[in-house]
Design a protein around this ligand. Structure first.
Ligand SMILES: N[C@@H](CCC(=O)N[C@@H](CS)C(=O)NCC(=O)O)C(=O)O
Length: 239
């Protein structure tokens, strides 16, 4: 692929700060990605197209886990995620492989100044994940729903994304671990439902995801499950 002059791979925090500080009026697009996340392959093409179409845009590709300081400073919780800035000011945040939303936002912030051409094919192609919904209901209804979800099968993994398309490194590692051990499990993508995401943190008194549930009870997150797999405790619990 030919190099695009306004598209950079960020290799360090210092390089990142230097690029952003060069022109505080310039709009920049931060693209947080991971090499193992399938939707990022398509979104890399989209970013390349957008960078060509809008030469004034500064596009920065940031490998989310490799540049964890930058990811943390923007509260990146899943990949792909996009942040649009003017200088250091946050203009917009787009989650997931939502190419039309991204193209629309870039057009809004940079496009009017550059009279953009129609969207190219690759900007329209990737499938966006469904937006997170918050199902309203009483606390009792939520509690019943969460317990039903936790008991939907013997082993349930609450994760970001799915085992085939994880959207966070911790979720990817735990589903790989379960698959490698041939443990059958169902999963729930907490990025699709904000009430489940926040409700489970409270119910299980556990602030993060993944959460592995065995026989209706929380076992733990990645660190605990990894340790239990090493000591053999996980096999015992599942037997
Ligand atoms: N050490 C944790 C790592 C999990 C973690 O830090 N997860 C974060 C980022 S994916 C999280 O779920 N944050 C709360 C949220 O996104 O709602 C484990 O063993 O599972």
């Amino acid at each position: 692929m030919a190099a695009v002059s306004n598209l950079y791979q960020v290799e360090s925090s210092d390089q990142f700060k230097g690029l952003l500080s060069k022109d505080l009026q310039r709009v920049s697009l931060l693209y947080f990605w991971a090499p193992w996340a399938e939707p990022c392959k398509q979104m890399t093409e989209v970013i390349t197209e957008l960078s060509k179409k809008y030469p004034k845009l500064l596009s920065l590709q940031i490998e989310a886990e490799g540049q964890s300081d930058i990811s943390e400073s923007f509260d990146i919780e899943s990949v792909p995620s996009f942040i649009i800035l003017r200088g250091h000011t946050l203009l917009d945040r787009i989650l997931g492989a939502d190419a039309p939303a991204l193209a629309k936002a870039i057009e809004k912030y940079v496009g009017s100044a550059e009279s953009p051409a129609p969207l190219s094919r690759s900007e329209k192609s990737p499938a966006a994940p469904p937006p997170a919904v918050e199902k309203k209901g009483t606390p009792e209804e939520l509690d019943t729903r969460l317990r039903r979800l936790m008991n939907q099968s013997r082993v349930v993994l609450f994760m970001k994304g799915s085992p085939d398309q994880p959207r966070c490194g911790f979720s990817r590692k735990i589903s790989d671990l379960l698959r490698n051990k041939n443990i059958e499990f169902s999963h729930f993508d907490i990025l699709t439902d904000e009430s489940v995401r926040q409700g489970l943190k409270k119910l299980n008194d556990w602030p993060t995801f993944p959460q592995l549930i065995i026989k209706g009870e929380l076992v733990g997150g990645l660190d605990i499950v990894k340790e239990m797999a090493e000591t053999g405790e996980l096999d015992q619990l599942i037997a």
